[in-house]
Design a protein around this ligand. Structure first.
Ligand code: NDP
Length: 448
């Protein structure tokens, strides 16, 4: 008989926590997980999944207009936010149920409660119950970071955006990253007047410059306004319920909603980790080694709470690697090289590997290839929007070290192409592949 109530206690039933729980249980471990919000975590409940459904919903605005050029009689259509919102939230609830079922099927005990760490092998639930476990896994994810300024309480974050009672006629979005650009596209397609306000003068820092510039240019053409070098000063609520957004270096903007998308902070506040001896970094992230182990040997952490790469598939891999290593006798470390990523903007971006600037710094001698084209569908639709594909090649080895794309379905195409980049294939390998015609993806094997 074990001296502990459980072999593993997981705090947080998001992507990383659920994967770790069910895989550890499948190896025979006695597992419990505590979740204070809803099973599924950020990705399923208030992130990737509902966001992608809104992106699909938003894209109909363009598709319905384009359909006329393809011979369809499309009457003037009206968009009903309430219907889409409710359908999306119902789908989220369905998925939440499936996640719960997965845990039940693996005999994982689910405590629908906040849990805090009270010792290296002990947690406490909100009702005071203390539970011992041989190992504890912190998988509490992240939380939207809202900078401090007067009136910030009038703003929403990505947590609330899926529940808006009404579609805002005018929305100001703070930040120039993933969430800001994705929701700018969504609201713009729904007909809201969107203004992105950023503290710096670039969007999507970390992505290739040409791709970022292309998104900026297309977004502006679509009618999205951008204010750069304009940190928030305050938000004032007017008597009529509208919001006056005061910015540095810029006139005030009147809006119906303000959304803050200025990054996410690791969710470690009040978890009791420091008292248990777990080292945190300056941002509050749990410091872990490559085996996901914290400074306390019985406490591990995976996912956004470790602030390595804040992406769902990465958290899932970390959860899997943890369970395989600790309970499956298969020591595994996650490989963080060439992790593909996407921005579901309008149009979307897909990228893997080094940007041109990174490659120049790291490799010195590189070759770049670009294809700047109008997708066939856009030509017939009379849509002036151009896609841009960019390949970065190590001149010394001919190896493709980066692929960056903006255009229709770029993330779908990039996922497959990322296999080639991850496998270390060369430009000659791409050239040797016969094009699949007519497609947008064929541009990747026709780059000159
Ligand atoms: P990002 O890190 O992508 O962008 C944050 C933005 O906010 C940047 O423009 C940054 O400016 C700005 N900013 C940061 N701190 C401040 C501050 N104190 N005051 C004013 N502006 C500030 O964060 P998001 O919130 O958009 O998304 C959070 C994370 O969620 C992402 O990093 C990503 O990992 C994940 N995510 C992934 C998605 C996907 O895979 N498609 C979709 C949505 C989220 P600066 O550039 O100057 O630092």
């Amino acid at each position: 008989m074990s001296a502990f109530d459980y072999d593993l206690f997981v705090i947080g039933a998001g992507s990383g926590g659920v994967r770790a729980s069910r895989v550890a249980a499948s190896y025979g471990a006695r597992v419990a997980v505590a979740e204070e919000h809803r099973v599924g975590g950020t990705c399923v409940i208030r992130g990737c999944v509902p966001k992608k459904l809104l992106v699909y919903g938003a894209h109909f605005a363009e598709d319905l207009k384009d359909a006329r050029h393809f011979g369809w009689d499309v009457p003037d259509c009206h968009f009903d936010w309430d219907r889409l919102r409710d359908n999306v939230l119902a789908e989220v609830t369905r998925l939440e149920g499936l996640y719960g079922q997965t845990l039940d099927n693996h005999k994982v005990m689910v405590f629908r409660s906040r849990a805090t760490v009270v010792g290296p092998q002990k947690v406490r639930l909100a009702d005071g119950q203390e539970i011992s476990a041989e190992r504890i896994l912190i998988a509490t994810g992240g939380w939207p970071f809202v900078p401090e300024f007067p009136g910030s309480e009038h703003a929403i974050t990505s947590n609330e955006v899926f529940h808006l009672e009404k579609l805002p006629k005018r929305i100001v979005i703070a930040g120039g990253g993933y969430i800001a650009n994705e929701f700018a596209g969504i609201f713009n397609e729904f007909g809201s007047k969107v203004t992105i306000v950023n503290r710096g003068d670039t969007i999507l820092r970390g992505y290739d410059e040409q791709i970022r510039d292309r998104l900026l240019q297309i977004s502006m053409t679509k009618g999205i306004d951008f204010k750069f070098n304009a940190p928030f000063q305050s938000i004032e609520k007017n008597d009529d319920g509208t919001l006056a957004v005061h910015l540095e270096n810029c006139d005030a903007i009147i809006a119906d909603a303000v959304m803050i998308a200025t990054g996410r902070t690791p969710n470690t506040k009040g978890l009791g980790l420091e008292d248990a001896g777990v080292a945190l970094d300056a941002h509050g992230a749990v410091k872990v080694d490559e085996t996901n182990q914290s400074s306390v040997p019985s406490i591990y952490a995976v996912g956004d709470v470790t602030n390595r790469i804040q992406l769902t598939p990465v958290a899932i891999r970390e959860g899997q690697a943890f369970a395989d290593s600790v309970f499956g006798g298969k020591p595994t470390v996650v490989d963080y090289h060439n992790v593909p990523s996407a921005v579901f903007s309008h149009p979307p971006i897909g990228a893997v590997g080094m940007t041109e600037a990174e490659a120049r710094n790291k490799l010195g001698s590189i070759r770049t290839y670009t294809s700047d084209f109008r997708a066939m569908k856009n030509v017939l639709a009379g849509r002036n929007e151009r896609a841009l594909y960019k390949m970065i090649v190590n001149a010394a080895t001919d190896q493709v070290v980066g692929l960056h794309m903006i255009g229709p379905d770029a993330p779908e195409i990039l996922q497959a192409a990322a296999v080639a980049v991850k496998a270390g294939l060369t430009k000659a390998d791409f050239d040797a592949t016969v094009a699949l015609h007519p497609s947008m993806a064929e541009e990747l094997v026709l780059l000159k």
